[in-house]
Write a protein that binds this ligand. Structure first.
Ligand code: SAH
Length: 250
């Protein structure tokens, strides 16, 4: 199931960190590395820090945006060096690993790491269902990004070893689930958001002087719900109906 988990590094500045992350991943049995707009890749320095994890590094997929990096994922976790005050549920590494492994038993999952200096933007965090914070010294909380990859990869490995015992029962349970009851992928949820925002425009919904805040809150709400494919299609049916009535009234 570790093969269903992507490690996503966003806009990494130092190629050495990309190499060190690849090594940390391979040590723990993870293989899928996705690089969002890396500053310098491929590079000699990354290969030298990968110290033999050349396959993970060489197979790394490079994309332009986080949205592209998480296409097909039904579970996306962000990482943060700080406790955020906003609406994302915060998890501890152990809980995050257990939940991610559970999701990875059914589909693809991703853990997203931010820029060395500034972490992840709010817009990127909005694409995550939950955030994980590694409890560090509050006076010196920020880990090197590859060290953070190491800690979470280790937790994923522990969770994988733990789960391998109960995997058979779990796969049977999943096989008996209807296809529509499995979680929606990040791109399906994003399509639903675009439809929702268009529908709100069409029905001339004005709930606030700042529509961006409403959008952020709605995303937070749906991200917490972890929608299934069926629920996404019900919501889109409702939006289409609302749009239809509005245009019929005009
Ligand atoms: N000032 C930035 C620090 C970025 S550290 C911030 O507050 O977000 C670079 C990346 O390493 C982070 O985006 C995150 O992916 C990871 N990281 C560092 N320390 C972490 C911690 N304590 N818990 C979880 N991830 C951490």
């Amino acid at each position: 199931m570790l093969e269903n988990i992507r490690i996503v590094l966003v806009n990494t500045s130092h190629p050495g960190n990309i190499g060190a992350a690849a090594r940390a991943m391979k040590n723990m049995g993870l293989t899928k590395l996705v690089l969002v707009d890396p500053n310098d890749h491929p590079s000699f320095e990354a290969y030298s820090r990968a110290a033999g994890a050349d396959d993970v590094l060489g197979d790394a997929v490079v994309v332009k945006t986080l949205a592209e990096a998480v296409v097909g994922c039904t579970w996306v976790m962000g990482t943060s060096a700080r406790e955020r005050t906003v609406q994302w549920p915060m998890m501890q590494p152990r809980e995050c690993a257990a939940e991610t492994m559970k999701q990875a038993a059914q589909a693809e999952a991703a853990i997203v790491f931010g820029r060395e200096r500034t972490g992840l933007t709010n817009e990127e965090l909005e694409q995550c269902q939950a955030l994980v914070n590694i409890p560090t010294n509050p006076d010196f909380s920020s880990l090197n990004v590859a060290s953070a990859v190491q800690v979470l990869s280790y937790e994923l490995r522990l969770a994988a070893l733990d789960l391998s015992v109960s995997t058979e029962a779990e796969s049977e349970k999943i096989a008996s689930k209807h296809l529509n009851d499995i979680p929606a992928t990040a791109d399906q949820v994003d399509g639903m958001y675009q439809h929702l925002f268009k529908m709100l425009e069409d029905v001339e919904f004005t709930g606030s002087s700042n529509p961006e805040i409403i959008k952020r809150r709605l995303k937070g709400l749906f991200n917490r719900a972890h929608l299934t494919k069926r629920e996404v299609s019900i919501l889109r049916g409702i939006y289409s109906a609302a749009q239809g009535r509005k245009s019929a009234r005009k």
